[in-house]
Ligand binder design. Structure first.
Ligand code: ATP
Ligand code: MG
Length: 209
Protein backbone atom coordinates (compact mmCIF):
# COMPACT_ATOMS: atom_id res chain seq x y z
CA UNK A 1 0.00 0.00 0.00
CA UNK A 2 3.01 2.30 0.42
CA UNK A 3 3.35 5.43 2.49
CA UNK A 4 0.59 7.98 2.61
CA UNK A 5 0.68 11.67 3.48
CA UNK A 6 -2.18 13.41 5.20
CA UNK A 7 -2.70 17.12 4.76
CA UNK A 8 -5.35 18.36 7.13
CA UNK A 9 -6.64 21.89 7.19
CA UNK A 10 -9.51 24.31 7.00
CA UNK A 11 -8.58 25.20 3.40
CA UNK A 12 -10.64 28.39 3.41
CA UNK A 13 -9.45 28.60 0.68
CA UNK A 14 -6.79 26.06 -0.31
CA UNK A 15 -3.77 27.85 -1.83
CA UNK A 16 -0.39 27.20 -3.45
CA UNK A 17 1.31 27.13 -0.02
CA UNK A 18 -0.67 24.00 0.82
CA UNK A 19 -0.13 22.45 -2.60
CA UNK A 20 3.62 23.01 -2.84
CA UNK A 21 4.05 21.73 0.72
CA UNK A 22 2.14 18.55 -0.07
CA UNK A 23 4.08 17.98 -3.29
CA UNK A 24 7.46 18.55 -1.63
CA UNK A 25 6.51 16.15 1.17
CA UNK A 26 5.32 13.56 -1.34
CA UNK A 27 8.55 13.56 -3.30
CA UNK A 28 10.91 13.90 -0.34
CA UNK A 29 9.34 11.08 1.68
CA UNK A 30 8.39 8.91 -1.31
CA UNK A 31 4.70 8.98 -0.47
CA UNK A 32 2.46 7.12 -2.90
CA UNK A 33 -0.37 9.56 -2.23
CA UNK A 34 -1.25 12.70 -0.33
CA UNK A 35 -4.71 12.74 1.12
CA UNK A 36 -6.14 16.22 1.67
CA UNK A 37 -8.67 16.23 4.50
CA UNK A 38 -10.67 19.44 4.88
CA UNK A 39 -12.17 19.70 8.33
CA UNK A 40 -15.87 20.12 9.08
CA UNK A 41 -15.37 22.53 11.94
CA UNK A 42 -11.88 23.62 12.91
CA UNK A 43 -11.58 23.09 16.69
CA UNK A 44 -8.81 25.66 17.07
CA UNK A 45 -10.27 28.56 15.18
CA UNK A 46 -13.01 31.06 15.67
CA UNK A 47 -15.92 29.59 13.72
CA UNK A 48 -17.21 33.02 12.79
CA UNK A 49 -17.12 33.43 9.05
CA UNK A 50 -15.61 30.05 8.23
CA UNK A 51 -17.01 28.93 4.87
CA UNK A 52 -19.34 25.94 4.71
CA UNK A 53 -17.53 22.59 4.75
CA UNK A 54 -18.91 21.70 1.31
CA UNK A 55 -17.46 24.88 -0.21
CA UNK A 56 -14.04 24.13 1.28
CA UNK A 57 -14.28 20.49 0.21
CA UNK A 58 -15.11 21.46 -3.37
CA UNK A 59 -12.30 24.01 -3.59
CA UNK A 60 -9.90 21.33 -2.34
CA UNK A 61 -11.16 18.95 -5.04
CA UNK A 62 -10.70 21.59 -7.74
CA UNK A 63 -7.19 22.47 -6.56
CA UNK A 64 -5.94 18.87 -6.46
CA UNK A 65 -7.72 17.45 -9.52
CA UNK A 66 -4.74 17.70 -11.86
CA UNK A 67 -2.33 15.80 -9.61
CA UNK A 68 -2.77 12.01 -9.93
CA UNK A 69 -1.05 11.50 -6.55
CA UNK A 70 -3.36 13.85 -4.66
CA UNK A 71 -6.77 12.79 -3.34
CA UNK A 72 -9.40 14.41 -1.14
CA UNK A 73 -11.12 12.66 1.73
CA UNK A 74 -14.59 13.36 3.14
CA UNK A 75 -13.67 11.71 6.43
CA UNK A 76 -13.90 14.90 8.49
CA UNK A 77 -16.52 16.71 6.43
CA UNK A 78 -18.91 13.80 6.99
CA UNK A 79 -18.13 13.29 10.68
CA UNK A 80 -20.47 15.31 12.93
CA UNK A 81 -19.02 17.89 15.30
CA UNK A 82 -15.61 19.52 15.42
CA UNK A 83 -12.87 17.72 13.53
CA UNK A 84 -10.15 16.38 15.75
CA UNK A 85 -7.07 15.10 13.93
CA UNK A 86 -6.67 12.40 16.56
CA UNK A 87 -10.00 10.82 15.49
CA UNK A 88 -8.98 10.97 11.84
CA UNK A 89 -5.55 9.47 12.41
CA UNK A 90 -7.07 6.71 14.55
CA UNK A 91 -9.36 5.85 11.63
CA UNK A 92 -6.52 5.91 9.13
CA UNK A 93 -4.45 3.66 11.40
CA UNK A 94 -6.88 0.87 10.57
CA UNK A 95 -5.36 0.90 7.08
CA UNK A 96 -1.82 2.17 7.72
CA UNK A 97 0.94 1.43 10.22
CA UNK A 98 2.45 4.30 12.22
CA UNK A 99 5.59 4.30 10.09
CA UNK A 100 3.61 4.55 6.83
CA UNK A 101 1.36 7.42 7.85
CA UNK A 102 2.76 10.94 7.50
CA UNK A 103 0.81 13.86 8.88
CA UNK A 104 1.92 17.00 7.04
CA UNK A 105 1.70 20.29 8.93
CA UNK A 106 3.10 23.77 8.80
CA UNK A 107 5.46 24.92 11.52
CA UNK A 108 2.69 26.78 13.34
CA UNK A 109 0.62 23.62 13.56
CA UNK A 110 3.36 21.27 14.77
CA UNK A 111 4.28 23.72 17.51
CA UNK A 112 0.68 23.60 18.74
CA UNK A 113 0.81 19.81 18.82
CA UNK A 114 4.00 19.58 20.91
CA UNK A 115 2.61 22.28 23.20
CA UNK A 116 -0.29 19.94 23.85
CA UNK A 117 -2.84 22.35 22.38
CA UNK A 118 -4.55 19.78 20.17
CA UNK A 119 -7.06 17.25 21.47
CA UNK A 120 -5.04 14.11 22.27
CA UNK A 121 -1.72 15.74 21.31
CA UNK A 122 0.42 13.26 23.25
CA UNK A 123 -1.33 10.24 21.80
CA UNK A 124 -1.36 11.75 18.32
CA UNK A 125 2.44 11.93 18.42
CA UNK A 126 2.56 8.16 18.93
CA UNK A 127 0.22 7.27 16.07
CA UNK A 128 2.05 8.50 12.98
CA UNK A 129 5.02 10.31 11.52
CA UNK A 130 4.97 14.09 11.20
CA UNK A 131 6.33 16.19 8.39
CA UNK A 132 6.73 19.74 9.64
CA UNK A 133 7.16 22.28 6.88
CA UNK A 134 8.89 25.54 7.53
CA UNK A 135 6.71 28.42 6.46
CA UNK A 136 7.59 32.09 6.11
CA UNK A 137 7.20 33.71 9.49
CA UNK A 138 7.24 30.28 11.12
CA UNK A 139 10.78 28.90 10.87
CA UNK A 140 11.09 25.58 12.64
CA UNK A 141 13.68 25.39 15.33
CA UNK A 142 14.01 21.84 16.59
CA UNK A 143 15.19 23.24 19.92
CA UNK A 144 11.94 25.17 20.20
CA UNK A 145 10.00 21.99 19.56
CA UNK A 146 11.88 20.27 22.39
CA UNK A 147 11.70 23.26 24.71
CA UNK A 148 7.94 23.60 24.34
CA UNK A 149 7.27 19.87 24.27
CA UNK A 150 4.88 18.97 27.07
CA UNK A 151 3.78 15.63 25.66
CA UNK A 152 6.57 13.53 27.18
CA UNK A 153 7.09 12.09 23.71
CA UNK A 154 10.54 11.90 22.11
CA UNK A 155 9.67 13.77 18.88
CA UNK A 156 11.94 11.50 16.85
CA UNK A 157 9.07 10.97 14.44
CA UNK A 158 8.89 14.68 13.55
CA UNK A 159 10.68 15.31 10.27
CA UNK A 160 11.38 18.90 9.32
CA UNK A 161 11.45 19.98 5.67
CA UNK A 162 12.23 23.30 4.08
CA UNK A 163 9.59 24.52 1.70
CA UNK A 164 10.39 27.11 -0.96
CA UNK A 165 9.18 30.29 0.71
CA UNK A 166 5.56 30.95 -0.09
CA UNK A 167 4.20 33.64 2.17
CA UNK A 168 0.65 32.72 1.30
CA UNK A 169 -2.08 32.24 3.89
CA UNK A 170 -5.80 31.71 3.58
CA UNK A 171 -6.29 34.68 5.89
CA UNK A 172 -4.52 36.99 3.45
CA UNK A 173 -6.45 35.58 0.50
CA UNK A 174 -9.80 36.13 2.25
CA UNK A 175 -8.81 39.73 3.04
CA UNK A 176 -7.77 40.31 -0.55
CA UNK A 177 -11.08 39.04 -1.88
CA UNK A 178 -13.02 41.17 0.59
CA UNK A 179 -11.01 44.21 -0.44
CA UNK A 180 -11.32 43.45 -4.14
CA UNK A 181 -7.59 42.86 -4.52
CA UNK A 182 -6.20 40.12 -6.81
CA UNK A 183 -5.67 36.51 -5.75
CA UNK A 184 -4.52 35.34 -9.15
CA UNK A 185 -1.36 33.16 -8.91
CA UNK A 186 -1.97 32.64 -5.19
CA UNK A 187 -4.62 29.95 -5.71
CA UNK A 188 -5.27 27.66 -8.68
CA UNK A 189 -7.49 29.29 -11.29
CA UNK A 190 -10.52 27.03 -10.72
CA UNK A 191 -10.42 27.94 -7.02
CA UNK A 192 -10.44 31.63 -7.86
CA UNK A 193 -13.36 31.11 -10.22
CA UNK A 194 -15.22 29.16 -7.53
CA UNK A 195 -14.68 31.90 -4.94
CA UNK A 196 -16.13 34.52 -7.26
CA UNK A 197 -18.95 32.29 -8.47
CA UNK A 198 -20.25 31.72 -4.93
CA UNK A 199 -19.32 35.14 -3.61
CA UNK A 200 -17.16 33.75 -0.83
CA UNK A 201 -15.41 36.16 1.54
CA UNK A 202 -17.89 38.93 1.18
CA UNK A 203 -17.51 39.84 -2.45
CA UNK A 204 -20.54 38.93 -4.50
CA UNK A 205 -19.91 37.12 -7.82
CA UNK A 206 -18.01 38.69 -10.64
CA UNK A 207 -15.36 40.66 -8.72
CA UNK A 208 -12.41 41.30 -10.97
CA UNK A 209 -9.15 39.64 -9.91
P1 ATP B 1 -5.57 30.54 7.90
O1 ATP B 1 -4.81 31.76 7.51
O2 ATP B 1 -7.06 30.67 7.76
O3 ATP B 1 -5.15 29.96 9.22
P2 ATP B 1 -3.82 28.76 6.47
O4 ATP B 1 -3.25 29.38 5.26
O5 ATP B 1 -2.96 28.70 7.70
O6 ATP B 1 -5.23 29.43 6.80
P3 ATP B 1 -4.89 26.18 7.10
O7 ATP B 1 -6.02 25.52 6.42
O8 ATP B 1 -5.08 26.77 8.45
O9 ATP B 1 -4.32 27.31 6.10
O10 ATP B 1 -3.61 25.25 7.15
C1 ATP B 1 -3.58 23.87 6.91
C2 ATP B 1 -2.13 23.38 7.06
O11 ATP B 1 -1.31 23.97 6.04
C3 ATP B 1 -1.49 23.79 8.40
O12 ATP B 1 -0.68 22.70 8.84
C4 ATP B 1 -0.64 24.99 8.02
O13 ATP B 1 0.45 25.14 8.89
C5 ATP B 1 -0.19 24.63 6.61
N1 ATP B 1 0.12 25.80 5.76
C6 ATP B 1 -0.68 26.84 5.48
N2 ATP B 1 -0.09 27.73 4.65
C7 ATP B 1 1.15 27.25 4.39
C8 ATP B 1 2.27 27.72 3.60
N3 ATP B 1 2.23 28.87 2.93
N4 ATP B 1 3.40 26.95 3.57
C9 ATP B 1 3.44 25.79 4.29
N5 ATP B 1 2.43 25.30 5.05
C10 ATP B 1 1.29 26.01 5.11
MG1 MG C 1 -3.73 28.36 9.62
Amino acid sequence: MGRVGVMGGTFDPIHYGHLVTAEEARVHFELSQVLFIPNRYPPHKDLDGVSAPEHRYHMTLLATATNPDFAVSRLEVDRPGPSYSIDTIRELRQAYQADALFYITGADAILQVVRGAWEGSAELLTLCQFIAASRPGFPIDVHDLRRFNVTGHQLSNIHVIEIPALAISSTDIRRRVTAGRPIRYLVPEPVETYIHKYGLYGRAGGAQG
